[in-house]
Design a binder for this molecule. Structure first.
Ligand SMILES: Cc1ncc(C[n+]2csc(CCOP(=O)(O)OP(=O)(O)O)c2C)c(N)n1
Length: 285
């Protein structure tokens, strides 16, 4: 029996709602294996999600789980982490949930560097609601709300997270699932706001609209188009390749991994300081 079977709520919550060939099960398995390999007690883990196909992930696994409103998973997670700082608080979001309706919460969680792990399953579209453009739909691609091609420029989730102050940021794919698992494990062990973007195939909607073939072809596309960040950095430093012109390729790897002040520790340090000053009869605030 695989590790995954020890954690799934197979008798209560199956069949799951993901379409055949969806990559989200691969992303969820990578997360479960990462948690298991860190030896966390499942009672100390809480998975929180908003709304969308990605946001269904916590429902299928036997941890503490919370399914919240669209785009607000990080707010719920922030409250829980502040009240129960010993918990490993993990937030699973889709690209629309995290970057569209939840975009503001996302950037400010990065800025706070609060000790949460955000896993963003990116299928480049709104899957659950029928294939509308999301902020990560690539320019020139089709969506149900872009029948003549999308002319918006897409967000780069990882660079956005780095710029906003997240202290661990990585991108993996469902094709390179072991690599993704490794990134998630590092993110979980990291103290601070950690983000792992997981590029996933959505053969039923995004793939069909963009004539990318079935799940196997979409996975092969990932295999052939994922470029390790180190290679590009090398090219940039050689200055032979114009920066930014990646021709639709996906950069994978660790974008940032830094130690910097963390919100919950600072908050409790301040509480202790203020309580101390009260006891000593000093100013109350
Ligand atoms: C306040 C609110 N607005 C809109 C919706 C409708 N809605 C449900 S899921 C979703 C988009 C989900 O997209 P994404 O986060 O990319 O997840 P996916 O389904 O692709 O995994 C939207 C707009 C909602 N549930 N609540």
């Amino acid at each position: 029996m695989s590790v995954i079977h020890e954690y799934i709520r197979s008798t209560k919550k199956f069949p799951h709602l993901w379409c055949p060939g969806c990559g989200y099960g691969v992303g969820l398995s990578a997360l479960v294996r990462a948690i298991d390999s860190l030896g966390y007690s499942r009672n100390d883990v809480i998975l929180i999600s908003g709304i969308g196909c990605a946001a269904r992930a916590p429902v299928y696994v036997d941890f503490n789980t919370l399914h919240t409103t669209h785009g607000r998973a990080l707010s719920f997670a922030t409250g829980i982490k502040l009240v129960k700082p010993h918990l490993h608080v993990i937030v699973i979001m889709g690209d629309g949930d995290a970057l569209a309706i939840g975009g503001n919460h996302f950037i400010h969680s990065c800025r706070r560097n609060i000790d949460l792990t955000a896993i963003v399953f990116n299928n480049r579209i709104y899957g659950m609601t029928g294939g509308q453009c999301s902020p990560t739909t690539p320019k020139g691609d089709r969506a149900t709300t872009a029948p003549y091609d999308n002319f918006d420029t897409s967000f780069d989730i990882c660079n956005l997270a780095v710029g906003a102050g997240a202290s661990f940021v990585a991108r993996g794919t469902t094709y390179y699932a072991k690599q993704t698992e490794r990134f998630i494990k590092m993110a979980l062990a990291h103290k601070g706001f950690s983000v792992v973007e997981v590029i996933s195939q959505c053969p039923t909607i995004y793939g069909r609209l963009n004539k990318m073939g079935g799940p196997v072809e979409m996975l092969k596309w990932q295999r052939d188009n994922a470029i390790p960040l180190e290679k590009v950095r090398q090219r940039w430093s050689d200055s032979t390749d114009p920066a930014g012109d990646l021709g639709g390729k996906i950069l994978t790897g660790i974008f940032v991994n830094r130690e910097t002040s963390e919100f919950v520790s600072e908050y409790y340090a301040m509480v202790a300081r203020l309580n101390g000053s009260r006891k000593n009869g000093e100013a109350k605030t």
